[in-house]
Ligand binder design. Sequence first.
Ligand code: ZN
Length: 182
Amino acid sequence: IQTLIDELGRLPGIGPKSAQRIAFHLLNSDRDEVERLATALREVVDKVKFCDICFNVSEETTCRVCRDPRRDQTTICVVEESKDVAAIERTREFRGLYHVPEDLHIAELLRRLSSPVITEVILATDPNLEGEATATYLTRLLASTGITISRLASGLPVGGDLEFADEITLGRAFSGRRAVTV
Ligand code: ZN
């Protein structure tokens, strides 16, 4: 049980006390419930990989969004993490494609943008210092491509993560996005 407590304690937002509480909760839970959790953990390790095109999490070589022919192929939204894709999908404001440059898959982004189909790139980085820096860097890098580069409208809670914005605020930030230049 100490191993379990130690492992739980490594998770973000879980301190030693919470880790202990969760461990003892599991110990006293239904065997079925614990089995389901164990299966989910095992499957995430075995099955989930990253999309070859946009680097979003995916159970197949390309993700659900990239495989969907009904998505608007002219617009790519750049986000920092896969959980931001989930947050934007919940708003239902965006029908285009994504790029999730964790570990800065910039070369792959540039390759995607070399397609004449792409007309707009939306930089939906987190509304904090790091996100701003990433967006500024990408704006400079992409300036010469001639593609419209836009940023989300203000109104998102500053300093936070995109995923923490509520759907309405994030949806408004999307529809109110504006083009930026260097
Ligand atoms: Zn994808």
